[in-house]
Design a protein around this ligand. Structure first.
Ligand SMILES: *[C@@H]1O[C@H](CO)[C@@H](O)[C@H](O)[C@H]1NC(C)=O
Ligand SMILES: *[C@@H]1O[C@H](CO)[C@@H](O)[C@H](O)[C@H]1NC(C)=O
Ligand SMILES: *[C@@H]1O[C@H](CO)[C@@H](O)[C@H](O)[C@H]1NC(C)=O
Ligand SMILES: *[C@@H]1O[C@H](CO)[C@@H](O)[C@H](O)[C@H]1NC(C)=O
Ligand SMILES: *[C@@H]1O[C@H](CO)[C@@H](O)[C@H](O)[C@H]1NC(C)=O
Length: 385
């Protein structure tokens, strides 16, 4: 009897094991104005936003309409089948997956802000430099979506449907170390209502719990970009308790934030936010965008907010109260240094792309461990160990 109990306990322990996947960070990441503009434009495109913001300063309208260049196609809200596959030179986190037999390998960004798996197609044009630079998938199928075995960390998902991206917008996708995107949000926002890979991973019994966790290493090398845990969270990477908050709307990983405060001033209260590992910046709703940038002493120049570099270290932290716990962002994190032609400027990471909710990208997520739990419909944050 005891022997069986011991055996059962061991089996339970073995089967409850989580999968740890090393994620990498692009080593060529550079903070330049151009890259930042690309990041913002990629974010607008991803969130299907087209509107520009009008801010009133001393009663006069100031249009926040930065010149993004011609790197992106015009917005067509009805056609997102050629999903944007990221922006070059900005910070992103990726890992390897395999598709088909024999396996073809692809580096994908693990993106909690979308819900499809996209891989460049072998059918892309020979003139499409971005596509030609990357590993391509050749299904010889005529539709955008195809199905095959997709393996993550040796776990093989049978019949996973994914998109073959025939074209990528502009040069956003040239010179990047990743090939595609693996969306980890809810099926509700998936193109073609395709079942997302993580969901199939769980439904096919390859992991025990429909939970994954992210540790994004801000300081790591390209080889050490952090860790994605599948089937649970890695307790070794956490210090103290995880704070949970319910997912308020299934689509993105969206949740309510009690309030956001800066030096005693409430910037926002009772607002909505989403956790998006696939972006680096923080996007704010319009009123908070203007207020927080004004509080930190940022000056609007041609659509971008600049902060005098000398003041950065003396600024207070920005505090997000999520699920009753305060999560701080220090000024060294919410203000980033950009270098163009050896000219250094400091810019606010608080951007606006047209959403009425906050988008917490890697600037926020890199400070904490984040857990995404489909089973209990919740998101969790904890201090890093
Ligand atoms: C894709 O595979 C088919 C069948 O093997 C082949 O005829 C075709 O040339 C390939 N296409 C590309 C672009 O590699
Ligand atoms: C594979 O998935 C597609 C799309 O979900 C479905 O139509 C098809 O029946 C599945 N095939 C198998 C063998 O499960
Ligand atoms: C990154 O390194 C800096 C300097 O060594 C340190 O102050 C900071 O806490 C580190 N950040 C993280 C998230 O570990
Ligand atoms: C923070 O608040 C204190 C007290 O109101 C004030 O003295 C200080 O100037 C504020 N700091 C900044 C950077 O605004
Ligand atoms: C922020 O929300 C928390 C939790 O509801 C609350 O305890 C705190 O008083 C709020 N802070 C402010 C400044 O409103």
């Amino acid at each position: 009897m005891l022997k069986w109990l011991v055996l059962l306990t061991i089996l339970a322990l073995v089967s409850a094991e989580i999968q740890r996947i090393k994620i990498h960070k692009n080593k060529d990441h550079k903070n330049t104005h151009r890259n930042r503009k690309q990041a913002i434009q990629a974010l607008k495109y991803k969130y299907h936003q087209t509107d520009d913001l009008v801010i009133y300063e001393d009663g006069a309208p100031v249009y926040v309409q930065p010149d993004y260049g011609n790197d992106y196609p015009s917005q067509d809200t009805n056609d997102y089948t050629t999903e944007e596959l990221g922006n070059s030179m900005n910070m992103y986190y990726y890992g390897e997956i395999a598709i088909g037999t024999p396996p073809q390998y692809f580096n994908v960004v693990f993106d909690t802000g979308s819900a499809n798996l996209w891989i460049p197609s072998a059918q892309c044009l020979i003139t499409d430099v971005a596509c030609q630079q990357h590993n391509q998938y050749n299904s010889s199928a005529s539709s955008t979506f195809v199905s095959n075995t997709v393996s993550i960390n040796g776990l093989s998902i049978t019949n996973q449907t994914f998109g073959e991206a025939v074209s990528q917008p502009g040069n956003s996708f040239t010179d990047v170390a990743f090939d595609g995107i693996l969306g980890m949000a809810f099926q509700q926002i998936a193109e073609d209502n395709v079942v997302p890979p993580f969901f199939n991973l769980y439904m096919q019994g390859l992991i025990d719990e429909p939970v994954f966790g992210f540790y994004l290493d801000r300081n790591g090398s390209s080889e050490e970009g952090g860790q994605l845990a599948l089937g649970g969270t890695d307790q070794n990477l956490i210090d103290g308790e995880m704070t949970y908050v319910e997912v308020s709307e299934q689509g993105y990983w969206q949740f309510g934030v009690n309030n956001i405060t800066w030096n005693g001033t409430v910037v926002s209260s009772g607002c909505q936010a989403i956790a998006d590992t696939g972006t680096s910046l923080i996007a704010c709703p319009p009123t908070s965008y203007a207020q927080i940038n004004s509080l930190i002493g940022a000056v609007l120049i041609q659509g971008d907010y600049y902060v005098p570099c000398a003041t950065v270290n003396s600024l207070p932290v920005l505090t997000f109260n999520i699920g009753g716990t305060n999560f701080d962002l220090p000024p060294s994190v919410y203000i980033q240094t950009y270098t163009d032609d050896s000219y250094t400027t400091c810019m606010s990471t608080f951007t606006y792309i047209g959403t009425d909710f906050w988008i917490l990208g890697d600037v926020f997520l890199g400070q904490y461990y984040s857990e995404f739990d489909f089973g209990q419909n919740r998101v969790g944050f904890a201090n890093l160990a």
